[in-house]
Design a protein around this ligand. Structure first.
Ligand SMILES: Cc1cc2nc3c(=O)[nH]c(=O)nc-3n(C[C@H](O)[C@H](O)[C@H](O)COP(=O)(O)O)c2cc1C
Length: 144
């Protein structure tokens, strides 16, 4: 499903590295750091990357994140559709941490990490989380 995400000039720069092994999953979760209390319950940890070599010049410098972000969202909707839960895990990492993960999972230099995604089964006893959202009128300005 997520393969159908639109991308600039249909370049599809994304890649997913999927980890199920507990030891590597936990190392990734520890390095990410924003999943205390729930990260360990995930069945899979995904590292979503987007390839810098798909982009041609400085004017395109943000596309790696835009396409990678759109793809990540599609992937989370796709998991939801097949009954699995996800949590996006930010990769707001210092260069030193980024290097550590690159050493751990050996991704190509031109792959930019967009985010990690924890994937797992819903606990049957847990109801859907409710997150307060801004109103439609707050986020749309109709200029006629
Ligand atoms: C790019 C991105 C990074 C996120 N990083 C984290 C994270 O590190 N840890 C976490 O618990 N949630 C993370 N989240 C989840 C947000 O906290 C969550 O989407 C937000 O609170 C709204 O809740 P909702 O998704 O239930 O609507 C992230 C979400 C996005 C889109």
């Amino acid at each position: 499903m997520a393969r159908h995400t639109p991308s600039v000039c249909n370049r599809q720069p994304w890649h997913v590295h999927a980890y199920h092994d507990n030891a590597i999953k936990q190392k990734l979760l520890n390095l990410q750091g924003g999943n205390n209390g729930f990260g360990h319950t995930s069945d899979w940890v995904l590292v979503v990357t987007s390839n810098l070599s798909s982009f041609l010049n400085v004017k395109e410098r943000f596309e790696v994140y835009i396409d990678g972000g759109l793809f990540s969202m599609s992937l989370m909707y796709a998991f939801q559709d097949i009954g699995l839960g996800t949590c996006a895990l930010n990769w707001c990492a210092k260069p030193s941490k980024d290097k550590k993960v690159r050493r751990l999972i050996k991704i190509a230099e031109e792959e930019e990490i967009i985010m990690l995604i924890a994937v797992g089964h819903f606990n049957e006893n847990v109801q859907a989380a409710y997150s307060e959202k801004r109103s439609i009128s707050e986020i749309i300005t109709n200029h006629e």
